[in-house]
Design a protein around this ligand. Structure first.
Ligand code: IVH
Length: 674
């Protein structure tokens, strides 16, 4: 390998830093990860031979320093200010009126609007272009030295300007401020990985970012997907810096800092407010959590002249979005029985306002979630309500515990009907599978009468609710014993409407078996599977006696669904419904097929033919079977309905016997067709 000179080394170092910038700041890499790693390895190789060449801006020096046992305090060169809040446009306008009175230049001022990122405010020091120190905001005067942690954030340039070709003058001492954060997508990915590893997940991106930067091991910080955006020059010496906020953003960007691309400049406050409000509605589109937008007077000299109120500069205002997340007390945990009988826990909360709406209930997803997050009744909990999503509990605020909180135990019985609840392998949910459960009844009937199921028209939800409320219907079978007098007593029913409904119900008695099976709402049994079950078992009473093993012979029926079917039919409540259906004349036979000739004699049956038949050729028998709705296959399995046996058969007859497949001859086949 050729010996490298110091200038080769410096060139390579700048090149790696440049590609790092393309990737982590511009989000637009121009080489592959592999190529990047190659360059970095070459750099490491040179450094190993020349330790004296290594400088602090080498990309190899990002994570390194040994864990300290505390952070040093750093006095900021200037106060790190905070912002006054405005809640809505009226607040923003009165801020404008106030500052206008102080200085009439404000009247004609321009404004820059930037996202107010919900992260951790950090202060970065550069001497002669080198990143030398980084601090937290602290109390605004004194912060903590978190340089080693900040160095691990690849979006922070170790040297400015980042691009070699840039001749931008850089002050000999430049202090910039920005917000370090974890983007939402990366946060979710991090939590997903932690969950997979069986570790505790984090509550929200902000706390995770702050926690990752304010802990003592830089390696841990390096493993967190932190990034940052800068927005302010806090201080500079030995050079000139721009005097408007807009130019500051452009200048920082040109130096190689990550700068928001959401910022915009406006000629007047109203358009600045209008832009802010578009982001209030569209905040989900931002890659990170923002709790508002900052409206800044563009002219920084004017802004500085306006002075402060307390720690807040008068030249800018935080236009806050309504909060998405709040903490409140979890009073109790309720359990609702949902559409398919699924039991869903929900939080009963101390009422709290989130984004202009009072929230008293929030979802807790499922029982595993409560256990994983260790959510206890009485906890302070973090609740989120964003966009159209139903409010949900994020997790408990463990530090706020008094010790009186109660661990929650999932119910073993359905809260509505008292029957034992069920758990299906591979699913987190618990179910009530009692078809007569009152909490499920409305939904059950809705499903039963729906288009893909029994297709009974004239039974809207309002009518179903009335039928249940009046006690006329306690399960789906009761629908078929309704009479005209009963219906006429219901609200909104006249003779015609009652007759129509009774007509529709009467017609439904002749509905195909596959539809009836689908209508029962057995967990895991949809329309297609209902068709398979119908073809294979022929009627409900046979299906109800099928064992899990028999059921699994059907394509698509695995052990879980087989078990779910067996379980459904084993329940006395469901058995009773079946008995009532039969008594009411709802007992279709399985000869249905959605696609082909529904009345064909061999519909749903599968045949295997072997040996020579007396009159039919191979093609002839195939045609006869298929034209009557049957299917011909080559090999025998448990799913075969019949073996058609001729002279000189092969081994198929033996196999059919061993599998208990019925054997017929040509006459037998003709008899089947009728
Ligand atoms: S400007 C004089 N701009 O919001 C400058 N702050 O309550 C004052 N923040 O502590 C800050 N994004 O950490 C400014 N684009 C942005 C910001 C921003 C987030 C944070 C900052 C500050 C807090 C103000």
């Amino acid at each position: 390998m050729t010996e490298k000179t110091l200038s080769d080394y410096q060139e390579l170092k700048a090149l790696v830093n440049f590609h790092n910038y393309r990737y982590h700041v511009l989000d637009a890499p121009i080489i592959s990860d592999l190529e990047y790693d190659r360059l970095l390895n070459e750099l490491k190789r040179i450094e190993a031979g020349h330790p004296d060449w290594v400088t602090s801006d080498s990309p190899t020096q990002r994570a390194g320093a040994k864990p300290a046992d505390r952070f040093e305090k750093i006095r900021h060169p200037r106060s790190i200010l905070s912002l006054a809040n405005a809640f809505g446009r009226d607040d923003a306008r009165s801020w404008f009126e106030r500052v206008k009175k102080i200085d009439d230049r404000v009247e004609k001022a321009k404004f820059v609007v930037e996202p107010k990122i919900d992260g951790l405010s950090v202060v970065l020091h550069y001497r002669n272009g080198l990143f030398v120190q980084g601090a937290t905001r602290g109390d605004g005067e004194i912060g903590e030295d978190i340089t080693s942690n900040l160095r691990t954030i690849r979006a922070i340039p170790l040297h400015i300007p980042v691009t070699q070709s840039s001749n931008l003058p850089v002050p000999s001492y430049l202090v910039v401020r920005g917000e370090a954060f974890i983007p939402n997508k990366e946060f979710e990915e991090l939590n997903r990985m932690l969950e997979e590893a069986g570790e505790k997940t984090y509550l929200n991106p902000r706390n995770t970012a702050a926690g990752s930067l304010r802990q003592l091991d830089p390696q841990l910080t390096a493993s967190r997907p932190l990034t940052l955006l800068v927005y302010q020059i806090v201080h500079s010496e030995g050079g000139t810096i721009p005097t408007s906020q807009w130019e500051v953003l452009e200048y920082l960007k040109a130096l190689g800092f990550p700068v928001t691309d959401v910022a915009k400049r406006f000629d007047n406050l109203d358009s600045a407010i209008a832009y802010t409000e578009t982001w209030n509605k569209g905040r989900e589109k931002l890659a990170y959590e923002a709790d508002g937008m900052v409206i800044k007077i563009d002219d920084l000299t004017l802004a500085a002249d306006l002075g402060f109120t307390g720690k807040d500069p008068r030249g800018a205002i935080a236009f806050k979005f309504p909060a998405h997340e709040v903490t409140t007390t979890l009073r109790d945990i309720g359990v609702a029985v949902g559409r398919t009988g699924v039991l869903t826990p929900y939080a009963m909360l101390e009422p709290v306002e989130i984004g202009g709406v009072v929230v008293e209930r929030a979802t807790l997803h499922n029982f595993d979630f409560i256990a994983e997050k260790d959510i206890r009744v009485g906890d302070r909990v973090l609740v989120k309500r964003a966009g159209e999503v139903i409010p949900y509990v994020i997790g408990p605020v463990v530090d706020a515990r008094s010790g009186n909180e109660q661990t929650f135990k999932p119910p073993t019985k359905c809260p509505a009907c008292g029957q034992a609840v069920e758990h299906f392998e591979g699913e987190v949910a618990w179910y009530c599978v009692n078809a007569a459960c009152p909490a499920q009844l409305v939904r059950n009937i809705e499903h039963f009468v729906s288009r893909g199921a029994m297709n009974i028209t004239g039974l809207g939800i309002k009518i179903v609710e009335q039928l249940i409320a009046t006690g006329l219907v306690r399960d789906v079978a009761d629908l078929f014993t309704l009479n005209k007098d009963q219906l006429l007593e219901l609200e909104g029913f006249a003779v015609k409407k009652a007759e129509n409904l009774l007509g529709a119900l009467n017609q439904a008695k002749a509905q195909d078996l596959n539809r009836l099976i689908a209508a029962l709402g057995i967990h895991g049994v949809g329309e297609v599977m209902a068709g398979d079950l119908s073809r294979n078992f022929g009627d409900l009473s046979t299906l109800s006696k099928a064992s899990a093993e028999e059921l699994q012979q059907i394509e698509g029926v695995g052990p879980n669904i087989a078990e779910s079917i067996v379980d459904w039919f084993s329940r006395p409540g469901n058995q009773n419904v079946l008995k009532k259906l039969k008594a009411a004349g709802v007992d279709p036979k399985g000869q249905s097929s959605v696609t082909s000739n529904q009345s064909a004699a061999l519909n749903g049956l599968t045949f295997v033919v072997t040996g020579t038949l007396p009159t039919l050729t191979r093609d002839g028998v195939k045609e006869l079977i298929e034209s009557n709705g049957g299917k011909v296959t080559d090999s025998i399995s448990k799913k075969t309905s019949y073996l058609v046996l001729g002279e000189n058969p092969g081994s198929k007859a033996e196999k059919a016997k061993s599998l208990d497949v019925r054997i017929i001859d040509e006459d037998g086949l003709r008899a089947l067709i009728g």
